[in-house]
Design a protein around this ligand. Structure first.
Ligand code: DSN
Length: 453
């Protein structure tokens, strides 16, 4: 029974159109992914009905015995996944997770060192309109002009000069592995605490394919919906000594009732990331990003740092005579979704910068591998070189659509119903399911708590 379609056709119609967009286009936004059907089912569950302010075993409401089980599963799985002593799974977002750490570690007006937004940092790392930038004194470090790698000499110099109480490592648009120990060493020298915001690369850390900050960071924040491939939400990890402080900062410091349906989705996501197949998936994300980088380079784009060793690429499109905003629009005409992005030392403005950011997590979840990624890379270059040629763009669009038909997206129950009704191929039909499982077919974990996909 499709209650939503019957009761609210307007909302249903928008969801249908979004389902088609997700199915019929190439999602290359580096921070997006496709959550599994099990994650979506948990998030769409009746747990949305429950108030559970507090923490498992210490709630302000009755009837929490089952949501306690859910949150405990999420906490324990997160701790196991990252080797952390304590996990708080309640932050509604990555930005809220960062604010909770600031609330725990800082007093208003304290000095914090973080990566410049224009060099790949994040809004919640002190952007002047964000609460972080209004309540604390953020000083920005950047990347080196010559190779666009983090300028650790500058980090150390600014740390000595400003004596920050907190140093933030982590980025939203940095295509290289972040050496956490170097940050920890500098923080240690000046008596600062270290927050690692691993929102973008948490999945790589979970898979053991990126340096794990747990042993050197005081606090770690993350989202759960990017490379981790879970529901939209936040996460904080810390040592036991900070557990009480962090928990109190999240609730009641910043939030009220936790979103128990989303926490259930996080538990499922962590369970999936504990499976051996998740490592296979992340390895393929990294391989695909390298291949895409090669194609873009050989097509004449300039890449920030010259390439990538994580899931994302930052490309300067101006050598092809376009701005980042123009490139985003041209690619959208071919159903290839990217976002315009500042590049370090960008001479252009944030609203129309020189670059675009691309990532491979979502297309890899669909099962796309080297052959498809090479084709995608070539289409991107062809499209950007044919910005004024609508026929050429329409031709690339048709090729994109044809490719997408062979690589189904994981869907929720409602979209699946729609796909069947529309006469199109069922997203979870047998042949497509085998495509989807190309990246998920490693031996399953023996843990009875982990889902199968
Ligand atoms: N908005 C996210 C991104 O796209 O990187 C960061 O939170």
């Amino acid at each position: 029974m499709n209650w939503l379609a019957q009761q609210d056709p307007e909302v249903w119609s928008a969801i249908l159109q979004e389902a088609a967009r997700q199915r019929d286009g190439l999602e290359l936004i580096a921070s997006e992914n496709y959550a599994s059907p099990a994650v979506m089912q948990a998030c769409g569950s009746l747990l949305t009905n429950k108030y559970a302010e507090g923490y498992p075993g210490r709630r302000y409401y009755g009837g929490c015995e089952y949501v306690d089980q859910v949150e405990e599963l999420a906490r324990q799985r997160a701790q196991k996944l990252f080797g952390a002593e304590h996990a708080n799974v309640q932050p509604h977002s990555g930005s809220d997770a960062n604010l909770a750490v600031y609330l725990a570690a800082l007093e208003p007006g304290d000095v914090v060192l973080a990566l410049d937004l224009a060099h790949g940092g994040h809004l919640s790392h002190g952007m002047k309109l964000h609460a972080s930038g209004r309540w604390f004194r953020f000083i920005s470090y950047g990347v080196r002009p010559e190779d666009h790698r983090i300028d650790f000499d500058q980090v150390a110099r600014l740390a000595r000069e400003y004596k920050p109480r907190l140093i933030v490592a982590g980025a939203s648009a940095y295509p290289r592995e972040i050496p956490h120990a170097r940050f920890a060493e500098i923080a240690h020298q000046v008596g600062a605490k270290l927050l690692v915001d691993m929102a973008h690369y948490a999945g790589l850390v979970a898979a053991g394919l990126h340096d794990n900050p747990v042993s050197v960071a005081d606090y770690i924040s993350s989202t759960t919906h990017k490379t981790l491939r879970g529901p939209r939400g936040g996460l904080i990890l810390c040592r036991q000594e900070y557990a009480r402080l962090i928990d109190r900062s999240v609730f009641p410091g910043l939030q009220g009732g936790p979103l128990m349906h989303i926490i259930a989705g996080k538990a499922v996501c962590f369970g999936e990331a504990l499976l051996p197949s998740f490592r296979t998936y992340i390895q393929q994300v990294l391989n695909n990003a390298k291949i895409l980088a090669e194609e873009l380079l050989s097509g004449g784009l300039r890449l920030v740092t010259g390439g990538t060793d994580n899931h994302l690429i930052l490309a300067d499109v101006t050598p092809l005579g376009l701005s980042g905003a123009q490139a985003e629009k041209v690619l959208a005409q071919c159903a290839i979704t990217v976002n315009k992005n500042m590049i370090p030392f960008d001479p252009r403005k944030p609203a129309d910068p020189s670059g675009i950011r691309l990532g491979t997590p979502a297309v890899t979840t669909r099962g796309m591998g080297p052959e498809e990624i090479r084709r995608i890379g070539r289409w991107i270059v062809q499209a950007l070189r044919s910005a004024d040629d609508p026929e050429r763009l329409a031709h690339i669009h048709r090729e994109v659509l044809e490719l997408c038909q062979h690589f189904p997206v994981p869907v929720d129950g409602l979209s699946e119903l729609w796909a069947v009704r529309s006469g199109g191929p069922s997203p979870m039909g047998s042949d497509q399911q085998s495509n989807f499982h190309k990246v998920s077919n490693a031996p399953r974990s023996s843990s009875p708590q982990t889902p199968a996909w």
